[in-house]
Design a protein around this ligand. Sequence first.
Ligand code: ADP
Ligand code: MG
Length: 298
Amino acid sequence: ATMPPLLSAIANAGRHGVLVKSAVVMERLGQVDAVALDKTGTLTEGTPRVTDIRPFPGSGLDEGELLALAAAAENPSEHPLARAVVAAARERGLALAPAEDFDSTPGVGVTATVDGRAVTVGAPARLLNEATDAASARAAVLAGELEEGGRTAVLITVDGAPAGVLGIADRLRPDARETVASLASLTGTAPLLLTGDNPRAAARLAAEVGIEDVRAGLLPEHKVRAVRELEDGGRRVMVVGDGVNDAPALAAAHTGVAMGRAGSDLALETADAVIVRDELATVPAVIALSRRARKLVV
Ligand code: ADP
Ligand code: MG
């Protein structure tokens, strides 16, 4: 028997390295007319590396001690930044104490008790809030410098006091720029960037890939709101993301696509389609496949 066009399109998408979960999804992919891309792990490779370790003098910690505490707290997390911190500690042969009472907040960071000390690791802008003490001011300045340089700054607090900052950098995917351009011409709309990361690092990366519409510092519910606003305006939005923080937006979007290799389990389960081959350029390819199949269906 000849396969129905949408089913053979699914098989075809599979050969391109994209797992499309149903014929309905295969059909919807071709209706997309706006694409919202996540930054970390989506436009970037998602294997970031620690580039800077800056303990504060008042913390009494040296570089190794700061990194070891941060890595111990991050150890249970699957976030790409957490993996980077743990990998940096391992490379230096640091022993990681167990993390007790671990908790994580998507888009913010993690908390845990390490060696009897309360350790938090996460976004400086979220953790510092309205703090006005000298250590917090110092942390904000240092984080700002790292972010100017395109790094993601991560703040470590120990027993409530800022203890140091890590700088983390991730490489752009080699096909990010060309993918943004083909999505723009395919959908007729310039893709936008939705990220939980800081505005400075976001703007820098957006300029490199050719995205003008940048929304940074977003919590998961802000990503959902951005998608809903576009959809209320009549757009059919595809969200492409990898993290736990992307899951609500992947669910809210007309079509959700998850990055398979480094993607969190929740993102993979929530998404309508999963990029298995780890190439961003497969996204415009499946939109085109869907459009061809839909022409054959009607
Ligand atoms: P994106 O939307 O770009 O994928 P996320 O929303 O996952 O980024 O993270 C946003 C910000 O929250 C990060 O840039 C970081 O500052 C902070 N963050 C989230 N999770 C962690 C973590 N496990 N360790 C350190 N920082 C974290
Ligand atoms: Mg991400």
